[in-house]
Design a protein around this ligand. Structure first.
Ligand SMILES: [Zn+2]
Length: 101
């Protein structure tokens, strides 16, 4: 599973208290610059540096129309500057990593 970081996104919280994000940039496969088709979403527990406690994040999983790779879209805020947040989210994702399709 590959991660696509997005800095320009909408976020909202559903009735179950899960946070969702959707990129305004139009996610593309970083390798082929191809469109991605939404497949499903996976719930992950994420520690945001700018939020107290842990956040349930519904991460969108998308399949590349060219290479078939499964990509996940993540808000940039969880990774770039805060070492702790990056380690947290990487370990959470590696734990539940699945082979694409
Ligand atoms: Zn691709």
């Amino acid at each position: 599973m590959r991660m696509i970081m997005t800095a320009d996104y909408e976020e909202w919280t559903d009735e179950k208290g899960r946070m969702h994000i959707r990129s305004n940039e139009g996610a593309k496969c970083p390798v082929w610059q191809s469109d991605l088709k939404v497949r499903d979403s996976k719930e992950r527990i994420v520690k945001f540096p700018n939020r107290p406690g842990k956040t349930k994040l519904a991460i969108l999983r998308m399949v590349c129309k060219s290479c078939g790779t499964l990509h996940s879209e993540l808000p940039y805020t969880v990774a770039p500057y805060k070492r702790h947040a990056r380690e947290t989210i990487e370990s959470v994702i590696n734990e539940g990593e699945e082979s694409p399709l």
